[in-house]
Design a protein around this ligand. Structure first.
Ligand code: HEC
Ligand SMILES: [Cu+2]
Length: 316
């Protein structure tokens, strides 16, 4: 829906359109309720004021039907709005795991992004038009917040953990990125640019330009350098779980809990291995906290993800 006179920021993503419709409905509904009450109040005040000769016969002490109606109808309307909001909220903050992940690392005072093929950028984020993306965010220092008003999305980037947000850009163009969490002297300058391109143009951009080896490939080298492969490689003499296809897999833990492995789980498995010990294994994995930087961690996770999808990634 487009609103005239730029009352609202542009809408560059489906999330923006949906949120605007929800906000408009909320405004209309609450506006209508307020208006009806106000008009009735004024009308009754004037009509039945003490001096008025209006006919007061037939006034009802009780009307169960009326009372039930004015309770139930608004209740259902507002519960409907609640459900609508909950669905939109889940779409943003529990994004589809199949959406293309893009990794964003915040630090004082810049936004760094890395795409799965190893293409990196600072202060800019290129995204394909019409494709669902899922940002996986973290921070190297303090809490920052990734805020794109034109997409109506905001998600904190928190040191020591991953957060994510999913959305689908719906209009090509450039959009402003802000940090929405006061993070130090140059917080106000911690801005960036989101560039939404048609998929073919995006693919060209992704393939060109300065780039490291793909994230998974870098992750593979790190996997060996940190000695993970010593325990986790097939044929290792250590009894350690096979990590192929781990992301998205259901994991049973020693203490009886069960969860689906996502990036945050793998991250914790590496940094705080005692937290979630896999059922059937001994807690012998050492913690790598303080040894592996955020960007290397993301690369290792990408390697683990790809090792399930693409056999070649295991032997680059
Ligand atoms: C000393 C052997 C050893 C080393 C070295 C080691 N691990 Fe592990 N790892 C294990 C064992 C044993 C488990 C299962 C018990 C547990 O969850 O702590 C495990 C569990 C995991 C899990 C959870 C697996 C699942 O199925 O849910 C991940 C992910 C993982 N390790 C990644 C790594 C990475 C990445 C490295 C290198 C940075 C590494 N490990 C180094 C032994 C090791
Ligand atoms: Cu910031």
């Amino acid at each position: 829906m487009s609103v005239p006179f730029h009352l609202l920021p542009a809408d560059g993503a489906q999330s923006a359109t949906r949120l605007d419709s929800l906000a408009l409905c909320l405004l209309l509904l609450t506006g209508a309720v307020a208006l009806i009450l106000l008009v009735m109040m004024v009308v009754f005040c004037v009509r039945y004021r003490a001096a008025s000769p209006a006919n007061r016969a037939g006034a009802r002490e009780k009307d169960l039907g009326l009372e039930v109606a004015w309770t139930l109808i608004p209740l259902l309307l507002f519960l409907g709005l609640y459900a609508w909001g909950a669905v939109d909220y889940a779409a943003l903050y529990k994004p589809d795991p199949a959406a293309t992940p893009v990794f964003v690392v915040a630090k004082q005072w810049m936004w760094k992004a890395e795409h799965r093929n190893g293409r990196r950028e600072v202060g800019e984020l290129h995204l394909p038009l019409g494709r669902p993306v899922r940002l996986v965010l973290t921070s190297q220092d303090v809490i920052h917040s990734f805020f794109v008003p034109d997409f109506r999305i905001k998600q904190d980037a928190v040191p020591g953990r991953y957060t994510s947000i999913g959305f689908t850009p719906s209009k090509a163009g450039e959009y402003r990125l802000y940090c929405a969490e006061f993070c130090g002297t140059e917080h106000a300058m911690m801005t960036g640019k989101i560039v939404v391109q048609p998929p073919s143009e995006f693919a060209r951009w992704l393939a060109e330009g300065p780039r490291q080896p793909g994230m998974a490939q870098r992750g593979f080298a790190l996997f060996r350098r940190y000695g993970c492969s010593g325990c986790h490689a097939a044929g290792s003499s250590v009894h350690a779980p096979d990590l192929t296809n781990l992301l998205g897999r259901r994991v049973h833990l020693q203490d009886g809990r069960e969860l689906v492995a996502d990036e945050a789980y793998v991250r914790d498995a590496i940094l705080v291995p005692r937290k979630d010990v896999v059922a059937g294994y001994e807690a012998i994995m050492p913690s790598f906290a303080g040894q592996i930087g955020e960007e290397d961690l993301l690369a290792i996770i990408e390697y683990i993800r790809e090792s399930g999808h693409d056999e070649r990634a295991e032997r680059p």
